[in-house]
Design a protein around this ligand. Sequence first.
Ligand SMILES: CCC/C=C/C(=O)SCCNC(=O)CCNC(=O)[C@H](O)C(C)(C)COP(=O)([O-])OP(=O)([O-])OC[C@H]1O[C@@H](n2cnc3c(N)ncnc32)[C@H](O)[C@@H]1OP(=O)([O-])[O-]
Length: 302
Amino acid sequence: MALAVGMRVLTRALLRPWARGLRVAPGRTGPAAGGGDGMRCFGSPRVLVEPDPAAGVAVVKMRNPPVNSLSLEFLTELLISLEKLENDKTFHGIILTSDCPGIFSAGLDLTEMCGRKPEHYVEYWKAVQETWLRFYLSNLVVIAAINGVSPAGGCLLSLTCDYRVLANNPKYTIGLNETLLGIVAPFWFKDTMVNTIGHRATERALQLGLLFPPAEALRVGVVDQVVPEDQVQSTARSVMAQWLAIPDHARQLTKTLMRKPTADRLLTERDADIQTFVRFICRDSVQKSLHAYLEKLKQKKG
Ligand SMILES: CCC/C=C/C(=O)SCCNC(=O)CCNC(=O)[C@H](O)C(C)(C)COP(=O)([O-])OP(=O)([O-])OC[C@H]1O[C@@H](n2cnc3c(N)ncnc32)[C@H](O)[C@@H]1OP(=O)([O-])[O-]
């Protein structure tokens, strides 16, 4: 059922103007990571997929430098890679990680939400919704190997996964920090966090825009495991092996049972959610806050 809903929404997404013309193109070539049966890496400019067919697993590496901000093009490429893996019966699990040193993802691309026309905000928000729905409802086991900082939309992306392994580096904070930018995490960002860490912890984390360092993230439950930086990928692989040992149909149905009510809320309020976002982001006060925040990021350098 969830798969059918998912396929319908993705098909709709792929027919949209922002997705047209983008197809998975051959990427960097080389032997599959650990696979050894000749299957090659593939992907697209911003997403590298390293298949390990023997294990039934693919490592999906985000590579949208400098900070893996979730631009329209990047989201589209992520969705296409996910669809390709879901449609290939070889794969049962994905490890989602970053190819940008020290950054998992800086979250939604602020330049997509600043100084653009309302029509652009509509297209962008559809892509953000689609990405959340597709990853949240994926029938594959999805494990986040979080090897860098992960604010806002970056945190949300990891929360769609079934399990999160975070590298133990005090710089690698994670959380929904939207309020610090003068913006508000939508209800489905909030719901995803509530489902992960509970209502009270979410209330505090979202109002204060908390970015948790690893020990704190583990204590509150934003991540499931914190390991030394050089063990993030190997830990994700052993966790994946445990999850893949469970009969797939039983695991998938249980995942659907747990997640469908949350996803259904967005599916039934999708258009209203787009309108709310566009109204909100078009406000002068919000645009000023976002411009000021971007300016602060740029000045930090100089
Ligand atoms: C309702 C909506 C809900 C919203 C949800 C969200 O996700 S909102 C998002 C909430 N996200 C955040 O609050 C995270 C904001 N970002 C950060 O805190 C830091 O960039 C960092 C800690 C991720 C990396 O630190 P670092 O010292 O390694 O790197 P650096 O800081 O030097 O940046 C390098 C370049 O990247 C640029 N750029 C950065 N982020 C974004 C972005 N999201 N987008 C676009 N661009 C971004 C930055 O301007 C700079 O550009 P320049 O000058 O080269 O043209």
